[in-house]
Write a protein that binds this ligand. Structure first.
Ligand SMILES: Cc1cc2nc3c(=O)[nH]c(=O)nc-3n(C[C@H](O)[C@H](O)[C@H](O)COP(=O)(O)O)c2cc1C
Length: 229
């Protein structure tokens, strides 16, 4: 049996997970939400997640050691800046079970980019699931500062504020993948995934980018889909 696992802050990785779930006719299990715990054994697991600060997001890092599958496919979505080395790092954590991997360029959360992504080339991954064989995931470059306090960097460069429309319904706290919202306040373990901003039914949460991040996001970009088999 194949299972699609997904972590998604602003819904982009979710759109990619939906593509695979639809093609394989299976449901999506959300990483960081409780029902996943009972369903973590499958033959092939497709794990879809975003690149955050050229790293694997914290909820995915803590999920990987619990994943029991004979074969694993890792799909990393990235906002056309740079994907770092996350597939290689995920494959290392999965100890030789990886049969395919892909870096998928998609809209950047902080630029409010859309969830359109290139699909040509992804059929090869479906075929590989049907006839599994171990893949070679090459090591790619990573910014030398990427491992130093990624959560702090996001925190300093993205400010989230609450406006007068908040009615304290608590949905943001309930759905935060880091349990970082308490009594309307954002704690220091927030990874700035913006799930809270995107799901608020009253648009009561807003975010602002600091000039340094704005400048960084206006740089030249990397836009290619890379599939490894
Ligand atoms: C905290 C954070 C850090 C990010 N870091 C990177 C990055 O290093 N390189 C990049 O290309 N995109 C980066 N992005 C953009 C996301 O990888 C991209 O928009 C992704 O598809 C978001 O997926 P999601 O909506 O499922 O969370 C970052 C986004 C966030 C929220």
């Amino acid at each position: 049996m194949t299972a699609v696992y997904c972590f998604s802050g602003s819904g982009h990785s979710r759109a990619v997970a939906e593509y695979f779930a639809k093609r394989l006719n299976v449901d999506i299990l959300n990483i960081g939400e409780k029902p996943v715990a009972q369903k973590m054994i499958c033959r092939t697991a497709i794990v879809v997640f975003p690149v955050y600060c050229q790293n694997i997001p914290e909820p995915v890092k803590s999920f990987l050691p619990c994943l029991k599958a004979e074969y694993i496919v890792f799909i990393a979505t990235y906002g056309k800046m740079w994907h770092g080395n996350v597939l290689w790092e995920a494959a290392k954590a999965a100890c030789g079970k990886v049969i395919a991997g892909a870096y998928i360029p998609i809209g950047h959360t902080y630029l409010r980019g859309n969830a359109e992504f290139p699909k040509e080339g992804l059929s090869a991954i479906i075929e590989r699931i049907e006839a599994p064989r171990l893949a070679v995931i090459p090591k790619s470059s990573k910014n030398i500062f990427a491992d130093f306090f990624p959560a702090w960097r996001s925190r300093l460069s993205v400010k989230i504020t609450r406006n007068k429309d908040c009615n304290e319904c608590g949905l943001c706290a309930e759905r935060c993948p880091m349990q970082a919202i308490h009594s309307g306040k954002i704690k220091c373990n927030c990874i700035r995934c913006l799930r809270c901003v995107n799901l608020c039914p009253r648009a009561a949460l807003e975010f602002k980018l600091r000039p340094i991040l704005k400048k960084y996001l206006s740089k030249n970009r990397e836009e290619s889909l890379k599939v490894y088999l």
